[in-house]
Design a protein around this ligand. Structure first.
Ligand code: NAP
Ligand code: G4F
Length: 334
């Protein structure tokens, strides 16, 4: 049985990846942060029941910035594969907390690479790199060879982690892959990212729970895919004969306005009656356009996205409508 460590297991991607690896028979270990409220809701269903934890899923408290804790965990579990998904992952927040973002997203990655370098075990490593590294894009579509031009402390931190991953592969012969993933979403997406913010607000407007949705730049274009499809690419990268870096994307780009159109239409609403622009959501430096070319992943990994843009937006809107309706019913409001 293979053993995997997932950092960021409580996040959107971590939860889908844990599902995938458990289904493949892995022993899965996750690093979770202590928080004043429960932060394991996305992986709660992976326990057989609330009182009997799944014997193949084990969670350990720790922070990626705590080098000693990370070293002890890796030494104890001797993983065959490490998936480094933990990060301060919000681009707008990284302008407010650049130092913290660098500590977790950049330095935290180095902590893991150092563990592998010193462990003597041929642990395979996946780094969650980001299309944000392309930033002020130098060519379209963006591919593995496109020069980076980061536009936020988050993107600069991800670039550091990306190049450290490449350097440790070349310098120490570590099986380390960097997945340059374009935006991917799901009903488990964090509520402050634009897609989920829109689908959740649309559901609440539909139910009469709120009326106004405040947003920033509606002209930004993103290549949006489904997180469930993207974690498969992560796993595939670590099953190859040789390590490499891969762009993972759908090859379609849409504006935030397009996402509003599909979501609100689907729920029988007109977003123009509800959306107001709030300058607080603009970024000091914006990434205007992202569009990925995932030819390498398609040809070498045999990976392809299954869920397209419209289906994704509708899936998220339906999930939020169902969740908000359940809350209303439990509170006796409908
Ligand atoms: P997410 O939902 O924000 O999850 C981030 C995870 O990192 C959470 O489990 C979080 O724990 C954990 N974390 C944050 N700081 C930590 C720390 N100091 N120590 C340990 N754990 C920490 O992000 P996601 O969307 O799943 O993305 C997964 C990874 O892919 C991230 O590295 C992200 O930057 C990268 N990425 C995402 C996308 C995308 O479109 N989703 C695209 C490209 C790259 P809590 O639950 O306690 O907050
Ligand atoms: O949903 P977003 O916050 O995602 P962003 O900045 O593209 O970053 C996400 O994708 C990256 C991959 O490219 C990941 F690496 C990163 O971890 C994260 O998952 O914003 C998307 C766009 C931006 O252009 C933003 O300016 O939507 C625009 N936007 C407009 N109004 C908004 C809002 N974004 C947010 N979060 N909130 C708004 O109200």
């Amino acid at each position: 049985m293979k053993t995997a460590l997932i950092t960021g297991i409580s996040g959107q991607d971590g939860s889908y990846l844990a599902e995938l690896l458990l289904a493949k028979g892995y022993q899965v270990h996750g690093l979770i942060r202590r928080s004043s409220t429960f932060n394991t809701s996305r992986i709660q269903h992976l326990y057989q029941d609330p009182h009997t934890p799944n014997p193949r899923l084990s969670l350990t408290y720790g922070d990626l910035t705590d080098e000693g804790a990370v070293i002890r965990l890796v030494e104890r579990i001797q993983p065959d594969e490490i998936y480094n998904l933990a990060a301060q992952s919000h681009v707008r927040v990284s302008f407010d907390s650049p130092g913290y973002t660098a500590d977790v997203t950049a330095r935290g990655t180095l902590n893991l690479l150092e563990c592998i370098r010193h462990s003597g075990k041929r642990t395979r490593f996946y780094q969650a790199s980001s299309s944000e590294m392309f930033g002020l894009v130098q060519e379209t579509p963006q591919r593995e060879t496109t020069p980076f031009y980061p536009r936020s402390p988050y993107a600069v931190s991800k670039m550091f982690a990306h190049w450290m991953t490449v350097n440790y592969r070349e310098a120490y012969d570590i099986f380390a892959c960097s997945g340059i993933l374009f935006n991917h979403e799901s009903p488990r997406r964090g509520e402050t990212f634009v897609t989920r913010k829109i689908t959740r607000a649309a559901a609440r407007i539909k139910l009469g729970l709120e009326d106004v949705l405040y947003l920033g730049n509606l002209d930004a274009r993103r290549d949006w895919g489904f997180a469930g499809d993207y974690v498969e690419a992560m796993w595939m990268m670590l099953q190859q004969d040789a390590p490499d870096d891969y762009v993972v994307a759908t090859g379609e780009t849409h504006t935030v306005r397009d996402f509003l159109d599909v979501t609100f239409d689907h729920l029988g609403l007109d977003w123009r009656k509800h959306v107001k622009i709030d300058p607080r959501y603009f970024r000091p430096t914006e990434v205007d356009l992202l569009l990925g070319d995932s030819t390498r992943a398609r040809e070498k990994l045999g990976w392809a996205p299954r869920v397209r843009f419209q289906e994704l937006a509708k899936m998220m809107a339906d999930a939020d409508l169902a969740a908000e309706s359940r809350i209303c019913k439990s509170e006796g409001r409908i």
